[in-house]
Design a protein around this ligand. Structure first.
Ligand code: GDP
Length: 304
């Protein structure tokens, strides 16, 4: 799906509510700002980030007492894009992996059901299409079917998957995946991990062990620790981000399922609250439904 299609539900919801709020008014007033606050909160931007955005708009209203309602849309976009920029939501995917980061090691974390496996498959496809060789490591050995699903994705995309089956030692899978990637001079290795948040100590231990074995081959691995969050779960995604950042360092975010929700504002809130760049967004179930996050395009699609 295109970004516009993917964000349609959120964008329609914001647009229709905002249109109602400004109807018959030519100037931005308190009432409109109150309504806007509610709109942002119901889009799951999160209370703190919403307040921040409203304050910034209030400042602009105060500066120009006659701020027209037609301008509200433009100002909203500017402020939100500015916020995303400050929070380092870079528009990036550097497919030109530096020589000293080959293979580029990505460790993927996230709870079951958020779309972790699917995102890894889609990501492998993005890299492959950019001409990079990819190896996947099926180190989510805890959940039934996670290994099989990753193998399925590997076949679909056409990239090898290192796996030892279910209930095997995740660190040993990670070890073999990185080893193979080094030997094969692969460009990228993406390692799936289990996401058992309810046993946080276990999770922390498991992730540290995985990191340690990777570092036997590549001292600065993993180069990226990506947390996958389900954008349609709103506040749950915030909670998961909080828990995972306590258990491990997280260097990038992939936010999935934005196509199925009117709560796409979660991308803005999470990026703002956690100061972690959103790198990818999921807008559908197909292989090509993972997009590199671009803050300007995102905001433009949101306030169509
Ligand atoms: P995991 O348990 O975290 O590995 O989750 P899966 O990758 O198995 O995904 C769970 C479900 O979410 C599957 O049915 C996927 O097709 C679906 N899914 C994943 N990403 C997206 C997305 O961006 N949009 C939609 N609509 N569905 C998605």
């Amino acid at each position: 799906e295109s970004l516009d299609q993917g964000l349609q539900k959120t964008s329609e919801s914001i647009f229709s509510k905002l249109s109602k709020a400004v109807v018959g008014k030519s100037k931005v007033d308190e009432e409109i700002l109150d309504e806007l606050e509610e709109i942002l909160i119901t889009s799951d931007v999160g209370v703190d980030t919403t307040i921040k955005i409203i304050r910034r708009i209030e400042e602009r209203v105060a500066k120009d007492k006659y701020l027209n309602t037609e301008e509200l849309d433009k100002i909203l976009r500017e402020e939100i894009a500015g916020l995303l920029e400050e929070n380092n939501s870079q528009d990036f995917l550097d497919f030109d992996i530096p020589e000293d980061k080959k293979p580029y090691v990505i460790m993927v974390v996230g709870v079951n059901g958020v779309g972790k496996t699917t995102t890894i498959g889609k990501l492998a496809n993005l890299f492959k299409n950019a001409g990079k060789s990819v190896i996947l490591g099926a180190a989510d050995t805890f959940r039934a079917a996670a290994v099989d699903q990753l193998i399925l994705w590997g076949n679909r995309v056409g990239v090898p998957v290192v796996s030892h089956g279910m209930n095997t030692d995740p660190a040993s899978v990670a070890f073999d995946a990185v080893k193979q990637a080094v030997e094969a001079k692969a460009d990228v290795v993406i390692v799936d991990t289990a996401g058992r948040l309810h046993t946080k100590v276990n999770l922390m231990n498991e992730l540290s062990k995985i990191k340690r074995v990777m570092q036997k081959f590549i001292p600065d691995a993993p180069h990226e620790i990506m947390l996958v969050l389900d954008g349609s779960t709103g506040q749950n995604a915030f909670i998961q981000a909080k828990e995972f950042t306590k258990a491990t360092e997280v260097t990038s975010l992939a936010i999935t399922k934005l196509d199925g929700t009117a709560k796409g504002g979660v991308v803005i809130g999470i990026s703002d609250q956690f100061k972690i760049p959103v790198k990818y967004i999921g807008v559908g179930e197909k292989m090509t439904d993972l997009q590199i996050f671009n803050r300007k395009e995102f905001v433009d699609s949101l306030f169509k």
